[in-house]
Design a protein around this ligand. Structure first.
Ligand code: ATP
Ligand code: MG
Length: 225
């Protein structure tokens, strides 16, 4: 039963970039355990390795050494194809720069993960657009939307297929303070309603008020703040 496992488990994870003389050691012997349903905030100076850590947990990159398990599945060992399948089915990503497909409408962007997972019922996409207050923008090309609206579309895309783990990398970094706050409130509300696990890297202190746990990267390790 997958429920016996922590949502995220990292053991002795190291990540280097480059090799030999130009080798950079970004993470050293990282230990991290995150429980199901936790909202975890990740702080750390620019360049400390927040995006690197999220990329490892999100199976976008591999650790140099160490073990990474998501819901009890050891993703650090999976082959490329299995990693892609795993990402598609079990994870949701929210980025600073939204990363939407500009030629598609809001609705088409949001339903993409359903299509990729072979789900042809569009109800979840319509429902989440409603939850995000975007019902009037469903048919708009995302290029015509404001930054805050684009980020709401991106939240819809990250959540529409009900992934167990959501990774957000500075989701408010391109937004004004008020819009950023609204985005955090939306993410918090939706993720808690569904009991999903959320890890958010950010420089924004106000997120602390929403979090169950606050972590930071210090001396190339993850520590509680
Ligand atoms: N693909 C890569 N190849 C080589 N070096 C990289 C790569 N990605 C990140 N780095 C380096 O690893 C270090 C950590 O980068 P990372 O992007 O994880 O930091 P961050 O904490 O997310 O910073 P920020 O707050 O500015 O987003 C930096 O020194 C960066 O230059
Ligand atoms: Mg980063």
């Amino acid at each position: 039963m997958a429920n016996e496992y922590p949502a995220v488990n990292l053991s002795r994870v190291c990540k280097n970039y480059g090799q030999a003389l130009i080798k950079q050691r970004v993470l050293i012997d990282v230990e991290l355990r995150i429980n199901r349903g936790e909202f975890v905030v990740l702080f750390g100076r620019s360049g400390s390795g927040k995006s690197t850590l999220l990329n490892l947990i999100g199976a976008m990159d591999r650790p140099t050494s160490g073990l990474i398990e998501i819901d009890g599945i050891q993703i650090s060992n999976l082959k490329e194809r299995a990693r892609t399948e795993f990402r598609r089915a079990s994870l949701g990503f929210i980025f600073q720069a939204y990363n939407l497909i500009p030629t598609l409408t809001a609705f088409e962007n949001v339903k993409l993960p359903l299509t990729l997972n072979g789900i042809f019922d569009e109800t979840p996409a319509l429902k989440i657009l409603n939850d995000l207050g975007l019902e009037n923008k469903a048919g708009s090309s995302v290029e015509d939307l404001s930054g805050g609206e684009q980020q709401r579309v991106a939240i819809g895309r990250a959540l529409v297929h009900s992934p167990s783990l959501i990774l957000a990398d500075e989701p408010t970094g391109n937004l004004d303070i008020e819009t950023g706050h609204e985005i955090i409130r939306l993410i918090d509300g939706l993720v808690r309603r569904n009991g999903q696990t959320l890890i958010m890297a950010t420089h924004s202190q106000e997120v602390i008020g929403y979090a169950d746990r606050v972590l930071t990267i210090r001396d190339r390790k993850v520590v509680e703040l």
